[in-house]
Design a protein around this ligand. Structure first.
Ligand SMILES: Nc1ncnc2c1ncn2[C@@H]1O[C@H](COP(=O)(O)OP(=O)(O)O)[C@@H](O)[C@H]1O
Ligand SMILES: [Mg+2]
Length: 471
């Protein structure tokens, strides 16, 4: 039997040997502080997820989780079938036989897979899952962050699920390496951090893999930018200008990088370099590289910088670096300056100007002895266009500035804005009002593009013409 404790509603202590090494910190109180959304506030699709979450939660109270691991799917299926029927009756949910079978199958997947995470992972409306210890689970649904009713039996259970995820990737998590990045088989990105670093218990963050990647048309459709701006970006990529995409965490940098990469020609050889492969380029002539953390003995680490250097020996036409964080900035700029025009990367910064000074700092991290002036000169000649993304207070991700690097004056890199988001206030629902407008400056890259047969109509840069903002 897998529910020996149904009367008491307590899970037994799992076998110590099978457990991950760390004892999770005890959570003193139930998650009373934050109110979960009531079922009536949710759409029909959400209700199905919530029903599963609720059933799952009830099951967790009744069953012996460690016994599960030694049982076959059939055995568990029989037991769960009974208990689910009983619970549905209690909850007064009338389901027909086929629906109930489906539900039992789903719940089995959940119990044998990633537990309470499974319904959230399956719900296509959920893009992000944030587990703040066993009893507090937030999701991002359609751009809004909300708490769900999903919860784990306790922090040990959560830790077991985390262990399952990372061991599937050949990584481990325990007291001696208490944080880890991993990827689910479907490509979703996972970060876990556990005690003693995480004070209250294990923390899990999952950025779900978008099955259908967001392309330029979708970005325009979502209101991230007007059509005119999308056309300019596509021309910039086709015309092989080097691009730096800047923004905060979750502002849509990787998504933009992916969408822009679609404009790279199919005959060009592209090398992508990432810490955790997220990009989904559709071209065939693509080589994907991913870094590797060091092993248990602290050896064997391969950094982005190593990969950028190696990629130069692979005869790439373009290098797409997922995110520039450190010393690889130097090698990336060199690549951009030496014939790999049309390369792209992203950076964590709040304005285009800030992005350039971050780059300068990162050159410093490479350990190369170079004066600030020559570092800036490298940047000024390598980077042509800076795209600034922001997640505004209404949760919407938008392109808020498109700037062009035009050269150096003395020790300063010259930067001019071509488009700028003009904020006009907030409506009653909290939506940010405003639009991306041309500043009236005709970009210098226009001539460069024209010389390569790519023409952009000059009205795109006319500030007096209303732009067609979709959304
Ligand atoms: N313009 C957009 N509208 C709606 N969702 C978006 C948009 N851009 C990105 N997203 C979603 O936002 C999340 C974070 O985007 P991502 O590109 O990974 O951000 P970053 O790389 O800046 O951390 C992803 O789930 C992505 O699908
Ligand atoms: Mg990213």
């Amino acid at each position: 039997m897998i529910w020996p404790n149904r009367k008491q509603g307590v899970s037994p202590t799992p076998a110590a040997s099978a457990e991950t090494a760390v004892a999770p910190a005890a959570r003193p109180a139930a998650p009373a502080a934050v109110k979960a959304p009531s079922v009536t506030e949710l759409s029909p699709g959400d209700i199905k997820t919530e029903l599963k979450v609720e059933l799952h939660q009830k099951l967790l109270d009744r069953i012996n989780l460690t016994a599960l691991e030694t049982m076959t799917r059939e055995q568990v299926g029989r037991d769960i079938g009974e208990i689910v029927s009983e619970m549905l009756k209690e909850m007064k949910h009338a389901l027909n036989l086929a629906e109930r079978r489906q539900l039992v199958e789903d719940i089995l997947d959940e119990l044998l897979g990633l537990g309470p995470l499974e319904p959230l992972l399956k719900d296509p409306n959920i893009t992000e899952i944030m587990v703040n210890t066993a009893f507090i689970v937030f999701v991002e649904r359609a751009g809004r962050i909300e708490e769900t009713r999903a919860r784990f039996a306790d922090n040990k259970h959560l830790l077991r699920i985390i262990g399952k995820i990372v061991s599937g990737m050949g990584r481990r998590i325990d007291e001696s390496s208490p944080m880890v990045d991993a990827r689910l088989p479907d490509g979703s990105r996972v970060n876990a951090i556990i005690p003693p670093l995480a004070v209250d218990g294990p923390i899990l963050s999952i950025r779900k893999f978008a099955k259908i990647p967001i392309d330029m048309d979708k970005l325009v459709g979502f209101g991230a930018m007007p059509q005119a701006c999308a056309e300019v970006l596509q021309a910039v990529v086709q015309g092989r200008r080097n691009v730096l995409i800047s923004g905060g965490t979750g502002s849509g940098k990787t998504t933009m990088l992916n969408a822009m990469s679609a404009s790279i020609g199919t005959h060009e050889r592209i090398v992508t370099i990432e810490d955790s492969a997220e990009l989904q380029l559709q071209q065939r002539h693509v080589v994907r590289l991913e870094t590797r953390p060091s092993n248990m003995e602290g050896r064997g680490e391969v950094t982005q910088r190593d990969l950028v250097k190696n990629s130069l020996r692979m005869r790439p036409d373009r290098i797409v670096l997922g995110e520039c964080r450190s010393g690889e900035a130097f090698d990336m700029l060199q690549a951009m300056n030496t014939g790999h025009d049309g390369s792209m990367t992203t950076i964590h910064a709040n304005t285009p100007r800030d992005a350039l000074s971050r780059l300068e700092q990162m050159i410093g991290m490479s350990g190369i002895d170079i004066s600030p002036k020559s570092a800036r000169a490298q940047i000024a000649s390598a980077i042509h266009v800076v795209v600034q993304l922001e997640r505004l207070s209404d949760g919407k991700r938008r392109l808020t500035s498109l700037a062009e690097v035009t050269g150096m004056e003395g020790e300063t890199v010259l930067l001019q804005e071509i488009f700028r988001f003009d904020r006009q206030g907030i409506d009653a629902q909290g939506n940010v009002l405003g639009e991306l407008k041309p500043t009236g400056i005709r970009p210098k890259f226009m001539e460069y593009l024209m010389a390569r047969g790519i023409t952009l109509p000059s009205h795109l840069f006319d500030p007096y013409r209303r732009m067609d903002t979709a959304a």
